[in-house]
Design a protein around this ligand. Structure first.
Ligand SMILES: [Zn+2]
Length: 231
């Protein structure tokens, strides 16, 4: 029997198409919980508001609603803080089959090795941290006009970190750090805008050894310093 004869299927908002990475099967709004909420939180983690970080706790609370609303506003969607077909369609368009956002890759976030091993956390955690960082970078990139944003260094094993003279407690060891090139935006424009996209660590021009890149990461406590940029 054809699926189209099943009551409730015809005319409903089924997923536009199966997505190779992840497909949401229900509308999500405040109060929802589950693994699909966490998948949504990862993808809107770049929209927590100034100085904030969105918790990836699988629970759709006020902060998640606000992040979804900011995401919707950023892309000209109906900004109601409810994730439904229109929001999912945009997320599907923004993600590659490996769940990375379209303008960033795992390879770009790890020029050290192919295994994500040898850092301060497990390989799986380092790679998962890098994924969240990429979604934040995608939000930052979009906010700055969708112009290319280059990552010169991401995850580092301890040996890779030592080889480049990284700090012994560098966030690069955790996979959540990204060192950005100036691009056409300029270091200070990037550093200032990054304050809105979920980064607790922003180091740039004027901070020792950071005149040639902007370092973004997400340690537990905030440390922003780019004196040349007024940060
Ligand atoms: Zn760095």
């Amino acid at each position: 029997m054809l699926a189209t004869t099943v009551s409730g299927v015809v005319g409903t908002a089924a997923p536009a198409s199966a997505d190779a990475c992840f497909t949401w099967s229900r509308t999500l709004s405040q109060g929802a919980t589950g693994a699909d909420v966490r998948q949504l939180q990862i993808r809107v983690s770049g929209y927590p508001g100034y100085g904030a970080v969105l918790g990836l706790d699988s629970s759709f609370g006020p902060a998640t609603k606000a992040a979804v609303t900011r995401f919707q506003q950023a892309y000209g969607l109906t900004a109601d803080g409810i994730a439904g077909p229109q929001t999912y369609a945009k997320l599907y368009a923004l993600q590659d089959d490996d769940c990375t956002p379209v303008n960033f890759t795992y390879a770009e976030l790890n020029r050290c090795n192919s295994t994500w091993a040898g850092g301060a956390v497990s390989a799986a955690t380092a790679k998962a941290n890098a994924l969240v960082t990429m979604w934040k970078l995608q939000a930052l990139r979009h906010a700055l006009g969708d112009r290319p944003l280059g990552v010169n260094s991401g995850f580092r094993s301890y040996s890779c970190n030592s080889a480049v003279g990284g700090a012994s407690n560098s966030r690069h060891l955790y996979g959540d750090a990204a060192d950005l090139a100036a691009g056409s935006q300029g270091f200070c424009t990037i550093a200032r805008q990054a304050r809105n996209h979920g980064f607790t660590q922003i180091l740039g021009p004027g901070y020792p050894d950071h005149n040639d890149h902007v370092h973004l990461a997400t340690p537990a406590s905030r440390h922003w310093s780019a004196p040349t940029c007024g940060i």
